[in-house]
Design a binder for this molecule. Sequence first.
Ligand code: FAD
Length: 515
Amino acid sequence: PSAEAGLYSPTDQIVILSPDTVDSVLFNSSSALVVEFYASWCGHCVAFSPVWKSLAEDVKEWKPAVDLAAIDCAEEANRKTCQNFGIRGFPTLKFFHAYSQSGSIGEPLKGFPRDVRSLRRVIIKMLETHEETWPPACPPLEPASKAEIDNFFETNSVEYLALVFENEKSYVGREVTLDLLQYENITVRRVLSTEEGLVSKLGVTEFPSCYLYYTNGNFTRLNVLNEARAFYSYALQRLPGVVRAGKPQPVITDHHKNTTKHEWRQFNRSRVYMSDLESALHYSLRVELSTHATISGQDLRAVKDYISILAKYFPGRPVVKKLLQSVDKWLEERGDSELPYSALKDMLDNTAQVPDAVLPEGVRWVGCQGTQPHFRGYPCSMWMLFHVLTVQAIKSPGTDPLEVLRAMREYVHSFFGCRACASHFEAMAAESMNNVRTLSTAALWLWSRHNRVNNRLAGALSEDPMFPKLQWPPPDLCPQCHGVRSGEHYWMQQEVLAFLRRYFSSDRILLDYLD
Ligand code: FAD
C-alpha cells in the first residue's frame, strides 16, 4: 500500500480517522470506540495490522455498541491530532467510552494482547466499565438471575430468550449477546453455573450450553455442532422470526411471482446450476465487454486471459466448450493490438457457423435468483463461475497455480461493472494473491476472500433477506469444515478444500432449466 493509504483500507470494517472526522467520531458518540494510533513505518504496527483487521471482522456485529478505528500518525496531516491525544509510541490503543466529552483523550489499553480472542475480552471488560452512560445499543452483559428470567416475558415482547449457561470466567455468553445485538425478536443473556435455581429447573449439566426459552414457558436446548460462540451465534441468527434490525422479514411463499418478471424456479440451495454459469458467460461476454467498442492494451490481455481459462477449464456442455475454444483460438491467432468488440461478438454469436458451437443467449438465474430483480443474479454467478474454474484447474496439475486467479483479477479490474467491487477485489488481490503457490491454495484463496466480502456485506442493503451473507460453508452444509480449539472457531482448511472440490465439481453441476 502507498504511504497515503496507511495500513488500512475502507473495506476493513475499521473507521479511518482524519483531523476532520476525529471529533465527530470519538466524542459524544452513542457507541464506544477503540482506536489504534499507529505509524505506517513502524514494524510492530505492520505486524499488528492483520490482528486489528481480523478483530474488526470478528466483532463487526458489535458496531452499534463498540466500533474500531485507526489513525496513521505518520501521516503529516494527522500529526497534530495524534499529539493532542498524547500519543508517544506506536501502536497505542485507546478506549473511548460512549458519550465521551469533547477533549477527552481516551483511556490507554496498556500492555494490550496481540491476539483476537484476548482483545475481544479486553473490549468486553472495557464495555462493562460504562456506568450511567451505557451505550444504548449494548444489551446487558451481566449474568441473569432466576427472578429476572422468570419474569422476562412479562416485560419483553420478543419471541425467544436464549440463555447461555457458563462458568463465571467464560466470555461466550457475552460474546453471543453482542453478536446478536443487531437482531430483533431475540434476547440473549448469560446465566452462571452457580445460578442453581435455573440450572436445576432446566436440568443443565454442560457449561457452556445454550437453551431457548419461549413465551409459553417451554424451553429446549439449542442443538449445535460445537458448544462455542460461532455455532451459537450462527444458530440463533437463523431462528425463524429472528431478523436483522431494519431488514424486512423474508417471505418464503409464492410472493416472488409478483415481484420478479419470471416464475420462481425451484432449486436446491446446496447445488451449482449450469444455467447460472452460462448466464454469467452471456452477461460478461455479450453485455459487459460490449461497453468497450474497441479493446486494447491491458484490457485486451484481460479478455484473452479470461477466454483462455474459460476454454481450458469451463466444464460446460460440449457445444459451449467448443464455442469457447474456437473464440480462444481465434483470439490467440489474431496478432492485432486492437480488438473491435463487433469482431468478438461475431465470434461469440458464431456467425461463421462453426458446427456444434453455441453460446446461449440471455440470462436465466436459478441458484442465483434473487427475491427482487436487484438482488443476486450476475455477481452471484461470477463468484460461482470462478470457484468452479479454480476447482476445475486443480485437475490439471503442473499448470500455473495463479492462472485462473490472475485472469479473474484482470477481468474484474478491466470490466466488472461494479467498480467499487473491482477496487475492493484489487486491494485484496494486491495484498495476498501472489502468495498462492499451489492450485489447491488458489481455490482456498478465492474461498477465503469471498468470505471476507460476505463478512463485509452482511446486513448491507444489497443483501437479499432470503439469502443472508454468511461465512460459508455454514455448519449445516459442511459440519466437518468447522473446528473448535480452546473455544475458538477455526476452519479445517483441508476439509474445506475437499468440500470445495466436491461442491463445485463438474460432475455435480445440475443441468436443470437449460433449453
Ligand atoms: P454471493 O456472495 O454472490 O455468493 C454466491 C454463492 O456462492 C452463494 O449463494 C453460496 O452458494 C456461494 N458462496 C458464498 N460464499 C462462498 C465462499 N466463501 N466460497 C465459495 N462459495 C461461496 N458487492 C458489494 O456490495 N461490494 C463489494 O465490494 C463487492 N465485491 C465483489 C467482488 C467480486 C469479485 C464479485 C464477483 C462480487 C462482488 N460483490 C460486491 C457482489 C457480492 O459479493 C455478491 O455477489 C452479491 O451481493 C450477491 O450476493 P449473493 O447472496 O448472491 O451471494
